[in-house]
Design a protein around this ligand. Structure first.
Ligand SMILES: Nc1nc2c(ncn2[C@@H]2O[C@H](COP(=O)(O)OP(=O)(O)OP(=O)(O)O)[C@@H](O)[C@H]2O)c(=O)[nH]1
Ligand SMILES: [Mg+2]
Length: 367
């Protein structure tokens, strides 16, 4: 199997492993549902606007590399809420006819802070979601404060029907005086709390998908990646002890390639198969600086069909620490570059930058 096939296989595996989480977002027109989706998930997914209702019916957002489906729904208007509810109910029913992959795993009901109350339509919606045992978080949108009065009111009325009530400001705001001078500015708020509370409510098997898709909580991503590195390092150790007729490194390469692919996907970095192949082979190739690494690279070359070197036998501890060090360094570099990209409003990173950094920073004395 060559590297390209390895990466393709890993993509397939990840798709299965990252089984999709489905999140439904509902609330009145203009409550900020689409804005919230854009703030939380990678990319400008949903159209937003003010005045006329923007989102019509139920819009499903999903794209390759984003293993989550978001259902943005038409605003719940007071006079026609029964009709909208019926539509939602039909949709939930339809999804339930498929297997559990298709079901809605979590719902966010958005109520803008300045609406100042929860209304019948929203309570009926809550009842309906409870009937289907879909966990609900009420999101107080466009929140001015972290702990607004509305939170207490909602708690009093429907506290037993919701898992959490979280105040969120999806986009920052500036207040100007009469001369157009900015007199105060507020930053987004509460998004991380919303993600972390949501994470806990999603079935365990769907959590990786959720972590990958959201761009708010780097902590959740870091924790997930930490686990991947530990598990992979252990697997590399086990692989090195297995009595195999050819070089151990040939067994360890696919394990390391898989680790790099997994980490990249968990961070939610949008790379296609081609770029991922280039990245994974260069990154794993960095280990060439060690004796063990050289044999790994020898086999890597074999896999890519470029050349062939005799493989050495690798002992379990070395295989495991080498893999661990590789994962940790990759994670460190990705975190830095991804963090910078996020600050600049993007999720994309330059593969060449990653590879250069890996080559510069991979040290022989790592193991
Ligand atoms: N200042 C501020 N404005 C917000 C916030 N969230 C949403 N908005 C604004 O509120 C308006 C409506 O937001 P949308 O996200 O389009 O609302 P929606 O719930 O999707 O509306 P429909 O699709 O019509 O049902 C837009 O102008 C947003 O920019 C927020 O946290 N702070
Ligand atoms: Mg909308």
């Amino acid at each position: 199997m060559n590297i390209q096939e390895l990466v393709a296989e890993e993509f397939e595996k990840m798709k299965a492993e990252f089984s999709s989480a489905n999140v439904l977002i509902a609330g009145k027109t203009g409550s900020g549902k689409s804005t919230l989706i854009n703030a939380v998930f990678h990319g400008e997914l949903a159209k937003t606007g003010c005045g006329e209702p923007v989102t019509q019916d139920i819009t499903k957002f999903s794209k390759f590399g984003m293993p989550i489906n978001i259902y943005d729904t038409k605003g719940l208007e007071l006079d026609i809420y029964q009709e909208t509810l019926k539509q939602l109910k039909n949709h939930i029913e339809k999804l339930r006819q498929g297997d559990s992959e298709e079901h809605i795993h979590l719902a966010w009901i958005c109520i803008a802070e300045d609406f100042a109350r929860i209304e019948e339509g929203e309570i009926k919606l809550l009842d309906m979601l409870n009937e289907y045992k879909i966990p609900v978080i009420v999101v107080i949108t466009k929140a001015k404060k972290k702990d607004p009065e509305l939170k207490r009111k909602i708690e009093e009325i429907v506290g037993d029907k919701v898992k959490n009530i979280i105040a969120v400001r999806a986009i920052g705001e500036e207040t100007e005086d009469d001369d157009g001078q900015v007199i105060s500015a507020s930053k987004p708020m509460g998004l991380k709390d919303l993600i972390e509370a949501s994470y806990k409510l999603i079935p365990e098997g769907k959590r990786s998908a959720f972590v990958s898709a959201q761009k708010i909580s780097l902590d959740l991503k870091k924790a997930g990646v930490g686990k991947i590195i530990k598990i992979t390092a252990a697997a590399a150790g086990v692989a090195a002890t297995s009595p195999i007729p050819f070089s151990d490194s040939a067994i360890i390469i696919p394990i390391q390639v898989a680790m790099i692919v997994k980490i990249t996907i968990l961070y939610g970095i949008p790379l296609g198969e081609g770029a991922m192949t280039a990245l994974a082979s260069s990154v794993v190739g960095c280990t060439a600086a060690t004796t063990v690494g050289r044999s790994i690279v020898g086999n890597l070359l074999k896999l890519t069909g470029v050349g062939m070197l005799a493989g050495d036998m690798i002992n379990a501890t070395v295989a495991s620490s080498l893999t661990y060090a590789l994962g940790e360094l990759y994670n460190k570099i990705i975190l830095e570059l991804y963090g910078k990209a996020l600050d600049a409003g993007s999720t994309e990173i330059d593969v060449d930058d990653v590879v250069n950094r890996m080559q510069q920073e991979w040290k022989i004395d790592k193991i």
